[in-house]
Design a protein around this ligand. Structure first.
Ligand code: FES
Length: 107
């Protein structure tokens, strides 16, 4: 399994490489290599991709450096991934995470 990159490693996209597409809740989003999932969502005007366990309040990125855990998302079916640290890859499927993220899993 590929390791998440550090925030320093996520600085700057690489526009000389071809763009690719990911989806967020079924919505296609075109982006460039070198961006975190959070950066891709921001660039598409999406500011919230999680709801809190209590009250279902919307959350997105807050610290942007992997400390606050506000940016948790379900990425390719795996919940509780920090979107600010996970590099976006072609074909990624991002879905809004509700609560603790395990409601849809058979565990
Ligand atoms: S925005 Fe704080 S951990 Fe990702």
């Amino acid at each position: 399994m590929a390791r998440d990159r550090s925030p320093a490693g996520l600085v700057g996209a690489t526009p000389q490489q071809p763009s690719f597409e990911i989806t967020f809740d079924g919505r296609p989003i075109t982006t460039l290599p070198g961006r975190s999932v959070a950066a891709v969502l921001w660039s598409a005007g999406i500011l919230a991709w999680r709801t809190t366990r209590r009250g279902g309040r919307p959350r997105g990125a807050f610290c942007g450096i992997g400390h606050c855990y506000d940016c948790l998302a379900t990425i390719n079916g795996r919940p509780n991934r920090r979107a600010c640290l996970v590099p976006a890859r072609p074909g990624d499927t991002i879905t809004t995470q509700e609560g603790h993220g395990h409601a849809g899993l058979a565990v």
